[in-house]
Design a protein around this ligand. Sequence first.
Ligand code: MOS
Length: 719
Amino acid sequence: MDFNQSADENLFDRARIIGKPHKRIDGALKVTGTAPYAYERNDVVENHLVGYPLGASIAKGRITRMDAAAARNAEGVAAVITALDIDELPRADSNVAKLFGGDLVEHYHQAIAVVVAETLEQARAATSLIEVEYEETPGEFDLDDAWKRLQDRDVINEVGDVDAAFERAEVSIDEIYHTASQSHAMMEPHASIADWCDGKHLTLWTSNQMIAWSKKALATTLELDEADIRLESPFVGGGFGGKLWLRADAVLAALGSRETGRPVKVALPRPFIFNNATHRSGTVQRLRIAANKDGRITAFDHSAISHTLPGGSGEDAVNQTRCFYAGENRRVAHHAIDMNLPEAADMRAPGEASGLAVLEIAMDEMAEKLGLDPVEFRILNDTQVNPEEPHKRYSDRHFVECLQKGSEAFGWRERNKVPGSRREGQWLIGQGVAGAYRGAITMDSGARVRLSQGKLVVETDMTDIGTGSYTIIAQTVAETMGVTMDEVEVRLGNSAYPVSSGSGGQFGAASSTAGVYAACLALQEEIGKRLSIESPRFENGRVVSGDQDLGLFEIEGEELVGEDTLHFGDFQDEIELGTFGAHFVEVAVNAYTGETRLRRMLSVCDAGRILNPITARSQVLGGMVMSIGAALSESLSIDTARGFFANHDLAGYEIAVHADIPEQEVIFLDTLDGASTPLKAKGVGELGICGGAAAVANAMYNATGIRLRDYPLTLDRML
Ligand code: MOS
């Protein structure tokens, strides 16, 4: 099915199930510990061995010698495969860092050996018996050095005359900001069980957001036909972008299985993940904003650098500055610096999370300089068109309403106007606001729906990374086919099913439900043909047409199947699709120690039809928590001499948790975006993290009068 124009205005206007709060249909499996996660697939895998990885202890160079004889002779060890035993594996397009093989070391904790043994303890103990010698070469590990060195940055786009606008500017700012490198720190580590016993057919039970991409990457890396690979990833314990790609766990498990002729499971140990897998790159950003005295922005000039392994793309922190606010003149420049740290790649809202953390502080600074309320200043500079290409209108943008509704609900009017002027005992109290923006990408998505034994069974390779995919897909089938939620069975995360959008870039919910909707229409057509009736209606479990009225599950004969892929048409290139929001934060900063405590946070979101307010709310709450972590504590500390992230466990890498945030609230605007999908939905999974960090920074400024521009905003920076 092609989606080529705005959705049918009346479609699901009076939805029964879509848009209503439904508890997760997979909830019971999860809370009882019976949801099958990759590492625990003892139900399908027998007689497996356990693999344990060894990582390089240098950041750059070559391995000159490896001696694994003692490890091979250790108790319980079935096999040891070292990087020197095999040639470098071919790299899939989606893998910048190499995953295994050959003597070249490109980053710290690159996998250089795997020990396969009867037990985890035996495998782990034997890795310590492997002797490795290296020839180390100097690397680049310091982003600030690069910033100083690199004067010219690649201009991505410029409209108007930015330099002239700054010369004429009545009010302007020009500041440098830093955001930290961050780790996904998902609860479930990267984990896989591989059965490649015959060296030809590979079955992989894994934890991955994108089944089709990973199958392709596996085929390239292991030089297999895609047809000989089967991937299952029905439950994913958090991804955040870290599981978009094939990682070392899958490759090491596969190699171990081929070598031993038995299934092998590998989970990347937590202290290994931080340097072995991907992370969000830190950034250095310079932002200049110019405005007239009346508060209208005349120019933006935003340049940023991030780091990447050679061949990668880094964190593009300037993207939102191109389109979020009005202003005739704008220039954005970005440069990804080749550095020899582990692979930088996508993490929840890649780009905007780091970009808005900075842009929204700068907007606060501008508002103050202009003597305007920061909410009013943002409203004044709203746009309904893409300011770079004004012929492109936003299909549905309610940023102003987010700010207004949020101000009202939060009690923004009572905020103290003079920074540092509200004190309760030893605590300084402040409030801050920030805008949120994230694109609304759509991706073609397929599904298959079968009418089978009193159920509608839907199959798609879509994943549920904790987001609620199972539930919203069941809602889509129930709504479209006129049945109850109980009559739908959802099967996900299997490469035997039709290729979906997968989960990423907050495109999963909107795209995958569109694909499921298309498959339901295909099934309806099949049913019409079987019954030889024209345009049947599907309601209350019945198929109705003219004077025909038949129970859906009473249709006789062969099983009925509908399969389709929803293709999103080019018309979306000619409009702007986005999601918008506003965050409001109240903090208390200790007047003596500088410690910041969150008191409350409210986020208002404008993201089209909210398919399920319970699961969507959880998504936004999670994003908000992550933005608070980004503001206050999350930072991979780079050892700039040796080139690795020094804090590589959950004790040293501090994420925000529920106890850090006593009160969180989410408000959804009731909007429908017919240009986005047939269901008029957009994603919301990343919107919550966009801008939240700046709202915290702005609240801290309001509390103390101290403006911090370098994340994380730890208490030592308050001094
Ligand atoms: Mo997201 S960072 O595309 O999983």
